[in-house]
Design a protein around this ligand. Structure first.
Ligand SMILES: *Cc1c(COP(=O)(O)O)cnc(C)c1O
Length: 424
């Protein structure tokens, strides 16, 4: 039986679900790029992007996906032969490191594995064992989308200051921006990269390098900055085309304008809280599944879990059959396991990911969980019962279970401002 006709749901960690409102704002004929509305709208994006990133610095916009934005950030922070240190908690940090290497940068990697956040003591030892000025930049992911590990950025800044390491702190927030709490200024981030197709709910196509005055000043001393990636004209355009070093991404500008309006309407703190509550519901369901059988959350410590994506270990080679069942029989697409195993690993097919970033709410998360449970049953995968009940307990803000979960949570460093008022 196939009952997959109807509304499909792409629950992968990017591109994310595009709101109808965003689509409608993009559905228009080509606008004038010489004068008028488009120019004004482009300028209006900058303060609102800063609102989302809690930044008072600069934002350069590029027509590029995340990989392009990685190169943009590197092009403005390091030269050939410079040394950088990459803190890796998954595939994406390694991807950024590889890109740096291909640009002629000397890369050291501290690899913290695939299921937990970085260890500040190991970073401490590494930095103390090297000359203070060796590294021009420290690169890290806020959330690594392959593992769904989230790192404590403020602790890295604190360590750099304590040691007196002058390296720029550059953070990849491509998965986490507008999903997980992020404080560019308060956490002392010098350079941050993001793209539009995840928490920002716009089709892939544009990305952003946020940077502060310190990074801006350093950039002036680089031996060479490519004309196209140079962030200076983009943040200080004399003519409109300099924003994008060429033709503007006209329709993305409209789409992003609408997406930012939606986030401002909700308010960014509540956007974070929504993602947190939905994540907790997903984790609660997976914990119930894991009572029987081999399924488990990849990241054990809830404080080290992303609120945008969840990586799951099946412990059996059933990832492909589950995904195929969901895709063909139900209209639901979930994420492949990415970077969780080496080629040839007998359990290589034992990983899946749920994307829950951006335009996602209670009914979508319950549909995701209920449909995945149906898929697990259909492929004959053993799992515990009561997952939907556990998720609905979390989503019912009046329930005792939630009170408990959230009082623990609000004590944590990560989410001091958590409220549940948006659910009422
Ligand atoms: C998605 C993602 C990228 C890569 O973005 P692309 O648009 O696929 O190039 C890089 N880093 C992180 C953390 C991501 O989530």
């Amino acid at each position: 039986m196939t009952v997959s006709s109807g509304q499909t749901y792409l629950a992968i960690p990017g591109p994310s679900v595009i709101p109808e409102e965003v689509l409608r704002s993009m559905h228009r004929s080509a606008p004038n790029i010489y004068e008028g509305e488009l120019i004004e709208i482009t300028g209006s994006l900058i303060p609102d992007l800063n609102y989302v990133a809690r930044s008072s610095g600069h934002v350069a916009i590029y027509i590029a996906n995340g990989h392009g934005i990685w190169e943009a950030a590197l092009s403005n922070t390091v030269s050939i032969g410079d040394h950088i240190l990459v803190l890796a908690t998954g595939r994406f940090a390694h991807g950024w490191a590889e890109m740096a290497r291909k640009m002629g940068v000397e890369v050291d990697i501290l690899d913290f594995g695939k299921d937990k956040a970085l260890d500040i003591h190991i970073l401490n030892e590494k930095l103390k064992s090297e000359p203070k000025t060796k590294y021009k930049a420290i690169l890290m992911t806020h959330v690594d989308t392959s593992t769904s590990v989230k790192n404590d950025i403020a602790s890295v800044r604190k360590k750099l200051d304590e040691i007196g390491c002058p390296a720029l702190l550059a953070v990849d927030c491509i998965a986490s921006l507008a999903c997980d709490r992020f404080e560019m200024d308060e956490w002392g981030v010098d350079v941050m990269v993001a793209a539009c197709q995840k928490g920002l709910m716009v089709p892939p196509g544009i990305g952003f390098v946020f940077f502060n005055d310190r990074a801006k000043e350093r950039q002036k001393h680089l031996t060479n900055v490519s004309a196209y990636w140079d962030w200076e004209p983009r943040v200080n355009p004399k003519l409109y085309y300099e924003y994008f070093c060429g033709t503007a991404p006209t329709h993305h500008i409209y789409g992003l304008r609408t997406a930012l309006d939606m986030i401002k309407r909700e308010k960014i703190e509540k956007t974070w809280t929504r993602h947190e509550v939905l994540s907790r519901a997903i984790w609660a369901a997976i914990d119930r599944w894991s009572v029987e059988g081999n399924i488990s959350l990849n990241v054990k410590n809830p404080l080290e879990r992303s609120h945008a994506v969840t990586s799951i270990r099946l412990g059996e080679k059933k990832g492909t059959s589950l995904r195929e069942w969901l895709q063909t029989k139900s209209g639901l697409t979930i994420g492949i396991g990415l970077g969780m195993s080496e080629p040839g690993d007998p359990y290589g097919d034992g990983f899946i990911r749920f994307g829950h970033m951006g335009h996602v709410n209670t009914q979508m998360v319950m549909a995701l969980l209920g449909t995945v449970e149906t898929g697990l049953r259909a492929i004959g995968y053993k799992h515990g019962k009561g997952a939907l009940e556990a998720a609905s307990e979390v989503l019912d803000a009046r329930s005792k279970a939630v009170g408990k979960a959230f009082s623990n949570l609000s004590k944590s460093l990560f989410f001091p401002t958590l409220t549940l008022t948006h659910l009422s």
